[in-house]
Each structure stands twice: as C-alpha cells, then as structure tokens.
Design a protein around this ligand. Structure first.
Ligand SMILES: CC(C)(COP(=O)(O)OP(=O)(O)OC[C@H]1O[C@@H](n2cnc3c(N)ncnc32)[C@H](O)[C@@H]1OP(=O)(O)O)[C@@H](O)C(=O)NCCC(=O)NCCS
Length: 155
C-alpha cells in the first residue's frame, strides 16, 4: 500500500532484475497505470522481449511506487519506455527523480543520447527534464504520442 507521505527523498532508487519479485511488481504497476485504463494488457511475448532491457524503480518500504524500463539501442543510445508512477502519488516529483537517476546510471554506462515515445499528456513532464520533440505526432496504444530526445553527454 503506497504511503501518503511518499516523496522522492524518502524513496530508494533500485535496479530491477528481469523476472524477479520486483519485476513482477513493476509489471503490475505498469498494467494498472499504463494498460488497464486503455482496456489493454501485456502479452507474454511483450514481457519475454524485455529480458535484455534494464529496469529501474523507486521503492517505498517494500512497495514499488514507480518504474521505468530502458532498451539499449546502441552503446551510445538508449530508449526509455514504460514510465509509470503509482496513480495516488503522481505530481510529487517521483517521476522526475526516477528519470534523473536513470540518466546518471546510463551516463556511467557510456550512453550519450536518450530517446522516448512520450504520450502527448506527458510531453510537459519530459520537456521540463530537458527532452525535445524530434518528430511528427503518431499513435501508439490508441493514444497520440511524440518522439523526444535528450543528449546527456556532449562531445
Ligand atoms: C507522467 C508521469 C510518469 C510523471 O511522473 P510524476 O511523478 O507524476 O511527475 P513529477 O511530479 O515528477 O512531475 C510533475 C509533472 O508531471 C506531469 N504530470 C503529473 N501528473 C501527470 C499525469 N497523471 N499524467 C501525465 N503527466 C503528469 C505534469 O507535467 C507535472 O507538472 P505540472 O504539475 O506542473 O503540470 C506520471 O504522472 C505517470 O505515471 N502518469 C501516467 C502514465 C503516463 O502518462 N506515463 C508516461 C508515458 S510516456
């Protein structure tokens, strides 16, 4: 059960191993925040495709309150996907903190550029974090999306 007093500083940033208990919590959180409201569900094929991706989250006690996955497109480029914050805790800075910590993690791995497909409703959230729109709007999971990118290491 998420704590009403949860704030970024009270949470623990964690790496989540594929198919671990925390990963199963992440799937449940992603389903509740990103899929169920659209009447959609994750297929076993979609989950299996995540075995070589990176997964991160914010823990409050034993509860996973936010999560995100990262696909390494190349050694220098990563794609952030499946960003979700518990519906009762959105708008408190938890998502911003999670993205910032993931960016630091990716920098240490040599990643220089991050791309993502943002839901139009989340565009402002990513713009505040330094992401810029780089393409035309398109539809994904029935919703309007835009491609956004950010250079985290400049040469
Ligand atoms: C988008 C989301 C990841 C942002 O995380 P967060 O912890 O709520 O955001 P923060 O508190 O760090 O930042 C606040 C900003 O996020 C955005 N935001 C807040 N709640 C949001 C929501 N329910 N949906 C979309 N954006 C939201 C707003 O731009 C907000 O700034 P504002 O209040 O000045 O308008 C989170 O709200 C969420 O999971 N939303 C639903 C699922 C979603 O849209 N995921 C992104 C898919 S690309």
């Amino acid at each position: 059960m998420p704590s009403e007093s949860a704030s970024p500083s009270s949470l623990e940033f964690v790496r989540i191993e594929f198919q671990s208990d925390l990963y199963r919590q992440a799937i449940a959180l992603r389903h509740a925040v990103l899929r169920q409201p659209l009447g959609l569900a994750f297929s076993s094929t979609q989950i299996a495709a995540e075995h070589d991706q990176l997964h991160f989250g914010m823990l409050g006690g034993n509860a996973l309150l936010a999560c995100v996955s990262v696909m390494l497109v190349s050694p220098q480029k990563a794609k952030i996907r499946q960003m979700a914050v518990d519906a009762t805790l959105q708008g408190r800075g938890i998502g911003s903190d999670l993205v910032s910590r993931v960016e630091l993690e990716l920098k240490t791995m040599g990643v220089q550029c991050i791309e993502l497909h943002a839901r139009e409703v989340a565009r402002r959230f990513y713009e505040r974090l330094g992401y810029a729109v780089t393409g035309e709007p398109f539809t994904e999971v029935t919703l309007p999306h835009i491609k956004m990118t950010k250079t985290i290491v400049t040469c």
